[in-house]
Design a protein around this ligand. Structure first.
Ligand code: GLN
Length: 303
């Protein structure tokens, strides 16, 4: 496995130079584009890393999986699924158009509109939603080191006009309960959580492992919830690039504009790759390539 991922890293790095590092906020535009890390955590206990796997990066939309889990625990699935759909959007992750035409019911929890409703579900029920979220991420990843990059969080807030527009539209449509300012503050901070590939592979292992924590075996999710989240990742985890990703890789996964992608091989592994250059849809270019190579070489996929 170690020599396999070292080789994959080398081959995936060949596409670096063809994408673009996220530049919608200055704090992300400065990240060196040649970074590449990969970590694999196995249900049987093995762990393999290569490249910059122990360097922290901005997890961005990958945080939407953690907030979904917390919101499901907080208000329950019946209440949450009345307010967010479970269908792919076929639109950019930060689009407003569909929200207007579909009367404030976001297509899924992983586009920005859906994630903002999910964050509202937490914010409306807690005085410190982000502390609660950090607690969950620390429990899942087994490390207390997880923190919020306050420079990124401030940058998100200063440049977050589109997210603010989405939140205000949702409020006018009756699908936000807490104050818009409070929801946005929590949303920007969740996007700015900093983690390493190793942390993320560990934190996502419960989704590959019937809900069990990577180290202690503690039950963090029911097997049914883990299965359902994987299903949502398969259909909605990579924005409007999800079909092509399923074609090339064939695994449930979640990406973020920080260049991270986490993929699940049910019953076997959680894998995190990080490479900051993105394709035109906002998914890591070399990260996608690495996962495609991994799935091909190991013949592991959900199909
Ligand atoms: N902070 C980004 C945003 O809200 C997160 C989006 C992403 O990673 N796709 O636009």
């Amino acid at each position: 496995m170690q020599s396999l991922i070292d080789e994959i890293a080398e081959r995936a790095r060949e596409v670096i130079g063809r994408g673009k590092v996220a530049d919608y906020i200055p704090a992300l535009a400065q990240i060196p584009s040649r970074k590449f890390g990969m970590a694999i955590c196995g249900v049987e206990g093995g762990e393999y890393v290569t490249g910059d796997a122990d360097e922290t990066f901005s997890i961005q939309s990958i945080s939407k999986v953690f907030t979904l889990i917390l919101a499901l625990q907080t208000i329950g699935s019946t209440a949450l699924w009345k307010r967010v759909g479970r269908e792919p959007s076929g639109n950019a992750f930060n689009s407003l158009v569909q929200l207007e035409s579909e009367q404030g019911l976001p297509r899924n929890p992983f586009i920005n509109a859906g994630a903002i409703v999910v964050t509202d579900a937490i914010t409306a029920h807690s005085v410190s939603p982000i502390l609660q979220l950090l607690g969950l991420v620390r429990r899942f990843s087994g490390t207390e080191q997880i923190y919020i990059d306050e420079v990124v969080a401030r940058s998100e807030a200063e440049h977050g006009h589109r997210n603010a527009a989405i939140a205000h539209l949702l409020k006018s449509q009756g699908n936000l309960k807490a104050r818009v300012e409070d929801v946005l503050a929590a949303y920007y901070r969740q996007c700015a959580i900093a983690m390493t590939c190793r942390d993320l592979a560990r934190a996502f292992l419960p989704l590959a492992n019937g809900g069990k924590q990577y180290e202690t075996g503690e039950k963090l999710l029911t097997p049914l919830r883990a299965k359902r989240i994987n299903s949502l990742l398969l259909t909605c985890g990579l924005y409007d690039g999800v079909g092509n990703f399923a074609f090339r890789v064939g695994l449930p996964a979640k990406s973020g504009v920080g260049g991270g992608i986490v993929a699940i091989i049910p019953g076997k592994y959680a894998i995190c790759v990080w490479s900051p250059e993105l394709d035109e849809l906002g998914n890591s270019l070399a990260g996608t390539r690495a996962l495609e190579l991994f799935a091909r070489k190991t013949r592991l996929s959900v199909f």
